[in-house]
Design a protein around this ligand. Structure first.
Ligand code: CU
Length: 170
């Protein structure tokens, strides 16, 4: 009996020594408060926008922000936009001083890090719009993930801007 009662406090001491490493605890709580994303799960689609082409018949572009939860992983595997027959994900990049773009099949999610589809970066190119789509209206943009999950949001339809098209020239 006596040796047993001595063993228990020893075991607890050893356990607490392992789990309360001061450095590790401080690091994890700092990370959580800095990102503010510790409680965020799943994905949120915001700022969805369709930019119609300056010249009819040319592709339109779609931009959006996808907020990715701190515990969310996976891959974005497709985009569809109502009123367009076809959508492709592209990535713009500078090659030899000129902006070019390549189709991308998937975009990997990094937990806690938003994905921005914006001029000069990732973007969606949209083909074969139906004629009912006008600036000032909205349409629905849907993202599909490798899990089979989809996320949708209303996207504002805007006329072609006079701003830099960010490599939209084909
Ligand atoms: Cu493109």
């Amino acid at each position: 009996m006596r040796s047993l009662s001595l063993l228990v406090p020893f075991a607890m001491l050893a356990l607490s020594a392992c789990t309360t490493t001061p450095g590790a605890e401080a690091a994890s709580s700092t990370a959580a408060s800095e990102t503010g994303a510790a409680a965020t799960t799943g994905m949120t689609l915001t700022d969805a926008m369709i930019q119609l082409p300056a010249v009819p018949g040319r592709p339109a572009a779609a931009y959006f922000t996808l907020t990715v939860g701190a515990d969310t992983t996976g891959k974005l595997v497709g985009v569809t936009v109502a009123h367009f027959k076809r959508a492709e994900m592209h990535q713009s990049k500078m090659v030899g001083g000129a902006m070019t773009m390549d189709p991308v099949d998937t975009v990997a999610l990094t937990p806690g890090k938003p994905i921005l589809f914006a001029p000069g970066s990732f973007h969606v190119m949209l083909f074969e719009a139906d004629s009912t789509l006008k600036p000032g209206s909205t349409t629905e943009l849907t993202l599909t993930f490798d899990s089979g999950k989809t996320v949708s949001a209303a996207a504002k339809v805007t006329a072609a801007g006079s701003d830099d098209m960010g490599g939209m020239k084909m």
